[in-house]
Design a protein around this ligand. Structure first.
Ligand code: HEC
Length: 130
């Protein structure tokens, strides 16, 4: 009888420890986009423009930049290239301290890591107009 009690105590303990560990596997519950972040062949026309469109052009398009974007025009390759070349574009999204933190907003929001990685890859690749 004693042996049975000890056995059930052990089995119970093992079961509890197993279930308590189950929810600790954060990667499986919340797969991060980093695992699938593709930084190869980043294109200006599709990838970079889409990121700008969603996060920056509201303030930095050809007309709105004058009132909302501090006169910084980022619409189109030639306009953006100015800020690629002077380093402000990358600094602004990596928050390295050499430019104002972008996208602008309360709490200093930052682009998702994957989008920063894709833009960085595009610039390191010579910022091609493709
Ligand atoms: C809500 C409006 C708004 C949004 C959205 C926004 N910006 Fe800006 N941005 C500004 C304003 C205003 C300035 C000028 C004042 C300043 O530097 O803070 C500026 C300045 C800049 C500068 C020049 C920084 C410097 O230090 O000279 C860059 C580069 C820039 N933005 C890039 C971006 C990028 C890239 C995004 C998107 C990821 C973005 N901005 C989103 C409003 C915005």
């Amino acid at each position: 009888m004693k042996t049975l009690q000890i056995m059930s105590a052990i089995v119970g303990f093992v079961l509890i420890s197993m279930t308590s560990c189950y929810y600790d596997v954060e990667e499986e519950l919340y797969p991060t986009t980093n695992n699938t972040c593709d930084t190869t062949n980043i294109s200006f026309a599709t990838d970079v423009t889409a990121i700008l469109q969603s996060n920056c052009l509201f303030c930095h398009n050809k007309s709105a930049n004058l009132s909302l974007g501090g006169g910084v025009d980022l619409e189109g390759y030639d306009a953006l290239k100015v800020y690629v070349d002077n380093g402000k574009f990358l600094s602004s999204i990596t928050h390295d301290g050499n430019a104002s933190f972008m996208p602008k907003g309360g709490g200093n929001p930052k682009l998702p890591d994957c989008e920063i990685a894709q833009i960085t890859a595009w610039i390191n690749n010579g910022a091609p107009n493709n």
